[in-house]
Design a protein around this ligand. Structure first.
Ligand code: NIG
Ligand code: FE
Length: 392
């Protein structure tokens, strides 16, 4: 198939009157249509009418599989309670834990699908989903199985991340190391043995785990040959980023309290900065992630919804791009790279996220002419066509 008369967004530039040739699930060729090689002349051609063509969008950090909701905590925060106070009084992640443990495999899928569909409607073709609301072996596995099943029910790639080190469950209150020994590490081993884990994550924070505790989880991941990533420096500077970089983490995520020194370490270890403006916005955070330091050090930046019931009940990657620009001052080109090329890298995927030969034919056609047009509207969806693995 030839997608002709497109305005192709590449990380470097826009190609006017561009064309992309796909075969099956793969891109064979892309470039200016005037230079289309003769061998492709007989392929069926669709005229895109000059529309913007981008890679399919990638949401690289979500907790989209979960039970229940936390609207009541939203109201509590409006009355002055903080996220940390709510977490310390047994709400927050632990309230979602109760609802998630009470959910069956089908319940989890049924609850997640409308949220997944909202992302798909805006052109998301690859989605990362974390566990972390079970904090016991059976529920962590149930979450990961539900996440995997979503890829069977929709035309989307799902990457699963084990997040057993998300919070300390009530049964192990005050004994985080025992929780890791008794439940978290065995759950990781079992989930991995069932092929349910693509990467391992943790929450390094004063309301969660210390760097030394996260190191135990990362050591196990390393033994199993799994890549790591980390929720780091979201509410305070705990040193999680430096730890993650020692383990060559795919990404460090949130990063409001990260420093210039952290940015330099990330550049050296090739760790992507996943910034999450939905959580920044929801928690009325004022500390900005060190964007200038990421730029200066050449740290690739990704943007993601962080879709979760507490700190970021957000199911729009387009709104996330808008927030990335408005709140964090990303340029529209940076925002587009952040949900395509760099998001793929944050997941360790080298076969997608750009329009180039041998990459997956996951593509979006927009009723728009420039990346800025995708970023500046709020709550409007200009998607014209979504192509997943070469199929409309
Ligand atoms: O990415 N920071 C930790 N985890 C999630 C929030 C989880 C929750 O509040 O349910 C996050 O913000
Ligand atoms: Fe998160």
């Amino acid at each position: 198939m030839i997608l002709g008369n497109a305005c192709i967004a590449t990380p470097e530039t826009l190609i006017d009157r561009g064309a992309v040739v796909t075969k099956g699930e793969t891109i064979l060729w892309s470039g200016s249509e005037a230079t289309l090689p003769q061998t492709y002349y007989n392929h069926e051609r669709t005229d895109l009418g000059g529309r913007l063509l981008t890679p399919g969008l990638i949401d690289c950090h979500t907790h989209i599989v979960h039970g229940g909701h936390r609207a009541a905590e939203f109201e509590m925060r409006l009355h002055g309670a903080t996220y940390t106070e709510i977490a310390q009084s047994g709400g927050g992640i632990l309230s979602t834990l109760t609802a998630t443990r009470a959910s069956s495999f089908e319940d989890l899928i049924t609850a997640a699908l409308p949220r997944v569909d909202a992302l798909i409607a805006e052109g998301v073709t690859t989605l990362e989903i974390k566990s972390g609301y079970g904090l016991d072996i059976s529920t962590e596995l149930n979450m990961l199985r539900a996440a995997r099943a979503i890829a069977q029910r929709r035309a989307i790639t799902v990457r699963t991340t084990f997040l057993g080190a998300h919070a300390i469950p009530p049964d192990h209150k005050g004994r985080p190391d025992d929780y890791l020994t008794d439940l978290c590490l065995p759950a990781l081993e079992q989930a991995h043995s069932e092929g349910l884990v693509d990467a391992v994550d943790g929450f390094c924070e004063n309301i969660a785990f210390t760097p030394a505790q996260i190191a135990r989880v990362f050591d196990k991941a390393q033994t199993l040959g799994l890549p790591v990533k980390l929720h780091a420096e979201q509410l305070s500077h705990m040193g999680g980023t430096a730890l993650a970089c020692r383990y060559k983490a795919l990404s460090a995520d949130h990063l409001e309290y990260a420093t210039e020194a952290d940015a330099a370490l990330m550049a050296a270890s090739g760790t992507v900065a996943v910034i999450l403006p939905g959580a920044f916005y929801t928690l009325c955070e004022t500390q900005l992630p060190p964007i200038a330091a990421f730029r200066a050090n050449g740290v690739p930046m990704a943007l993601s919804t962080d879709c979760n019931p507490g700190s970021s009940p957000l199911t729009s990657l387009l709104v996330t791009m808008n927030m990335g620009c408005t709140l964090f001052r990303l340029t529209p080109t940076e925002a587009l790279d952040a949900v395509t090329t760099n998001a793929a890298r944050a997941l360790g995927l080298t076969d997608r996220g750009r329009i180039a030969p041998d990459h997956r034919a996951d593509l979006c056609v927009w009723n728009a002419e420039t990346p800025a047009e995708l970023c500046y509207r709020i709550g409007f969806n200009p998607l014209y066509k979504r192509i997943y693995g070469g199929t409309l």
